[in-house]
Design a protein around this ligand. Structure first.
Ligand code: GAR
Length: 220
């Protein structure tokens, strides 16, 4: 009998954790290219993040590294990185982790950390992306999965999903429409990475040996 190599994922969250749930449902304890995939830990900077409950329900280790009361970004990131390193992950997924990371932290994990952002990057980096898309009168909006680099929400994009914006949309309507797409693209990109089809080379995202364009993989 051959023993499968385990590919280990640590997920960082701050809130509800619906993207975490999508990763758990589609990938946790699955087999991929003769490897086992396991979400080994979920780490939150907020003690009341509902995603922690989702992780416990799935039998996954949880850890809270509280940001409250810690004034220096570098100091917090050191604690976070100590927590992450206990699990020796192959991949770190930021799934609604609402903190800006220090350059030192990002560089430590460069090429093995992905983020999902609720806009069609490079549009609307930062927060309130749905309201900003509505205010700008955009006809389409969406989400992007990208490698994390030191510049906020600016690492190479791997995959985007677009949704229409309707005249009567509120930010909540749009957030819900975008989230549905996030739950599809994040597990897919995670699979690409874990099966070693996707990597970051010279600050560019490379899929199946091809450098991806600025907006990531496009099927059309
Ligand atoms: C998601 O929409 C994610 O794209 C966004 O937070 C939400 C988390 O939802 N992330 C960011 O804004 C990061 N800049 P979830 O907790 O239900 O997965």
């Amino acid at each position: 009998m051959t023993t499968l190599v385990t590919k280990k994922i640590v997920v960082l969250i701050s809130g509800n954790g619906t993207n975490l749930q999508a990763i758990i449902d589609k990938l946790h304890n699955s087999e991929l290219a003769n490897q086992k995939v396991e979400v080994v830990a979920v780490i939150s900077n907020k003690a009341d993040a509902y995603g922690l409950q989702r992780a416990s329900d799935a039998g996954i280790n949880t850890q809270v590294v509280l940001s409250e009361g810690i004034n220096s970004r570098e100091q917090y990131d050191l604690l976070l990185s100590e927590a992450i390193d206990t699990f020796q992950p192959d991949l770190i997924l930021m799934a609604g982790f609402m903190r800006i990371l220090s350059t030192q932290f990002v560089n430590k994990y460069i090429g093995k950390m992905l983020n999902i952002h609720p806009s069609l990057l490079p549009k609307y980096q930062g927060v309130n992306t749905h309201q900003r898309a509505i205010d700008a009168g955009d006809s389409e909006h969406g989400a992007s999965v990208h490698f994390v680099t030191p510049e906020l929400d600016s690492g190479p994009t791997v995959l985007q999903a677009k949704v229409p914006v309707f005249a009567e949309d509120t930010a909540e309507d749009l957030a819900e429409r975008v989230l549905t797409q996030e739950h599809l693209i994040y597990p897919l990109v995670t699979q690409w990475f874990l099966s070693e089809r996707l990597m970051m080379v010279n600050s560019q995202a490379v899929l199946d040996g091809e450098i991806l364009p600025e907006n990531g993989y496009a099927a059309d």
